[in-house]
Design a protein around this ligand. Structure first.
Ligand code: GN1
Ligand code: MG
Length: 686
């Protein structure tokens, strides 16, 4: 285990968290009042005391801490707080004092910069070479991280993005100048502008939302009224987004960062804010290729300070991401030299990049590079052994059947040392596969035939593997689709309530509890001999099938990490939960989420055909239950992850796992109501 401590020192509270650097989580935290102004030594003593308290509580020694990182308000340069008006400090050698009191390596940074660092390393910019964070709070904060390093500027007070002028001679800013982004886009500016407009529009819905009391206006007020179509609110929001877009576009034009991350209270508006913002930025930024720059909601909210501070010790280890990619690609037997690596696909687990190389003749070659998530797959070397054996097996069968193994199977590129992967200096495993040229994958069914094709592909995949020696397969995730065990894990998450979110999800927890008995249906059928274990894929989402760009036909099944002994009906079911629906997996508006029985029927037809008679009567009968089971299980997994603080599935916005869970549970209810029809459809095709 690798631990460190992150300290979020604020004008009001000192929050201290014990961070587990392996599982990327805060294990425990404490906080006390700052009682500023107080001398740096007094505050440092409190911090040292809190660190000891946390270590004691978790039974670890202070000297086991890799380091302590501190996020503080004010200007920081080389561990010295040059000035911090909130704390009443000037030129305090904070790092030296804290080091003396804790005997641990100390790193100090400005709080906005630390929050940006949290996003850059573990948040929305993880794995990217550069990130710029903009925090929309009481003020507008900023942070720039390039190649794993915070840009502090020569005086230590970069990056005051909030004090970039977006309107010459515009609104008065608290800094004494006019027209700063902060005067338009901070939460306080938004509230002030909302009130001004409300006074001009006494009929505006915003009055009702604020209970007729102007003092009750918050940053949420105009956004809520705008959603209802209120005219005055629509103006306020459009204005707000316009100025924010100008600010972001300026940043994008200057830096071209891989990610711009928007945090702070207002970012809680989520896609309601982000979609129009992205549109506007696209329209007003320079040049044509800003499309690769991701504008995302921050992953961390209240914990950004603790996590960012905790990660400060990694600054030394973090080298340029690009050169890191280059170093990894050089170790594989690729054609030519590294050109680029850009994020690719929408997987929730591994980090995936599309890599281009260029050979001596100037020809480009494309590959897919993946960092295997060690948190999820405990033994990547064994996983890769499965992966290569299965792909070799499939290639032979495809060739024998007259197919094209280059395009219809996954092709692993070996490392120069003969291994099937490269291990980097952090101990992370990387694998490289050939990119299937002219192929695409889909996150949502766009044409019904696609779904049918994917069914044939997954059915056939099972058929091809039906004589694969199952006992030689290493189990990459134990109890992966053991639904009763997933239920148990959810109850454990409920019990621990690590993130303090239990209060929000009581309805969902009840939903799961009332289906505890159901959760064991497939295990019971297996015990009764009705449902055999087979070699299955176990992650049969539509976006795990590649389609031919030209013909539109299903080409190749990908994402082979979870090939293990399992139930055929679960492979069927996982596809249904993801594809036979009218909305994306994380659609938050449940009125848009409905089970689509026509798509279900198409899938049944394709899957049964693809399996070429390989499904027994018992399996066929249980297909509809498999669909409900996988949807229910996946919902429980999302819910458990939400309760655990979003440590398993990647998230791109706050509350995403909860939305995913609710979405899946909505589908479960729909399917339960259609069970008889679902069964009749299976009969029709068997
Ligand atoms: C994960 O890696 P990806 O995105 O294909 C998960 C599946 C879930 C799915 C939910 C190893 O799949 O089990 O069903 O997210 N994979 C693993 O979308 O946990
Ligand atoms: Mg995938």
């Amino acid at each position: 285990m690798k631990y460190c401590i992150g300290v979020d020192l604020g004008g009001t509270n000192i929050a201290v968290g014990l961070v587990d650097l392996d599982s990327k989580r805060i294990l425990d935290k404490v906080s006390i009042k700052t009682n500023a102004p107080r001398p740096c030594r007094a505050i440092s003593q409190d911090i040292a005391g809190l660190c000891r308290q946390l270590c004691d509580r978790r039974g670890i020694k202070m000297r086991e801490l890799s380091w302590i990182g501190i996020a503080t308000p004010g200007v920081v340069k080389d561990g010295v707080v040059v000035s911090a008006s909130n704390l009443g400090w000037t030129n305090e050698p904070f790092a030296d004092i804290a080091r003396e009191l804790t005997k641990r390596p100390i790193f100090v940074a400005n709080d906005a910069n630390a929050a940006a660092y949290a996003e850059a390393i573990w948040g929305s910019g993880a794995g990217e070479a550069s990130l710029i964070a903009i925090t929309l709070g009481t003020g507008v904060g900023g942070g720039i991280v390039v190649d794993g390093q915070i840009w502090e500027g020569i005086n230590g007070f970069a990056a005051e993005i909030g004090h970039m002028v977006v309107e010459a001679g515009g609104r008065q800013c608290s800094c004494g100048r006019r027209g700063c982004l902060e005067a338009y886009c901070s939460a306080s500016a938004l509230v002030k502008e909302t009130k001004r407009v409300m006074n001009l529009y006494p009929d505006s819905l915003m009055w009702r939302i604020a209970d007729g009391n102007i003092d009750k206006v918050s940053g949420v007020t105009p956004f809520r009224a705008q959603k209802e179509g209120d005219f005055a609110a629509t103006m306020v929001v459009a204005d707000y987004i316009n100025y924010l877009a100008i600010g972001v576009a300026n940043v994008v034009n200057m830096f071209q960062p891989a990610v711009v991350c928007i945090g702070g209270g207002i970012s809680g508006e989520g896609e309601n804010l982000m979609n129009p913002l992205r549109d506007r930025i696209k329209r007003i930024s320079f040049g044509t290729d800003s499309s690769r720059i991701r504008v995302e909601v921050a992953k961390y909210r209240n914990d950004a300070g603790i996590i960012g501070a905790g990660l400060l010790g990694m600054m030394k280890e973090q080298k340029s991401m690009k050169s890191m990619m280059e170093l990894i690609i050089e170790k594989f037997a690729v054609n030519g030299n590294f050109v680029s690596a850009v994020p690719y696909g929408n997987g929730h687990i591994n980090d995936t990049r599309l890599v281009r190389t260029k050979d001596g003749d100037g020809e480009f070659h494309e590959y897919v590079l993946q960092r295997i998530n060690k948190n999820v797959f405990r033994e990547p070397a064994k996983l890769m052994e499965n992966y290569v054996r299965v792909t070799e097996f499939l290639r032979k069968k495809i060739k024998a059947a007259g197919g094209d193994p280059e395009r219809e199977a996954v092709n692993v590129v070996k490392a120069l040392d003969g291994k099937d992967y490269v291990v980097d200096k952090n101990g992370d495993y990387w694998r490289l596969i050939l990119f299937v040229t002219d192929s695409v994958c889909y996150d949502k069914v766009e044409r019904p035939e696609q779904f049918y094709d994917s069914a044939v592909a997954f059915g056939n995949f099972q058929y091809l593997l039906s004589d694969y020696p199952a006992d030689t397969l290493y189990e990459t995730i134990v109890n992966f689709h053991n639904t009763p065990d997933r239920y148990r894990q959810l109850m454990e998450a409920v019990e621990n309530d690590l993130s303090g979110r239990l209060g929000e999800v009581s309805a969902e927890v009840e939903f799961a509890k009332s289906r505890e008995e159901f959760a064991g249906t497939l295990e019971r059928a297996h015990a009764e001999g009705k449902l055999p274990l087979k070699v299955t894929h176990n992650d049969t989402k539509l976006n795990n099938v590649l389609f031919d760009k030209d013909t539109g036909k299903g080409l190749c099944v990908i994402d082979l990490d979870t090939i293990m002994p399992g139930y055929s009906v679960n492979d069927f079911g996982d596809s249904i939960r993801f594809g036979a629906t009218t909305a994306a997996e994380d659609e938050a508006d449940l009125t848009k989420v409905n089970f689509d029985i026509n798509l279900y029927e198409l899938y049944v037809k394709g899957f049964v055909e693809g399996a070429k008679g390989g499904l027994s009567d018992g399996e066929l009968e249980l297909l509809p239950i498999g669909a409900i089971m996988m949807t229910f299980e996946c919902g429980m997994r999302f819910l458990a992850d939400y309760l655990n603080g979003d440590t398993y599935f990647k998230t791109h916005r706050p509350g995403q796992n909860l939305d995913r869970a609710r979405n899946q549970f909505k589908l479960v209810s729909d399917m339960e109501a259609h069970l008889a029809e679902m069964q009749a459809i299976v009969k029709k095709y068997s």
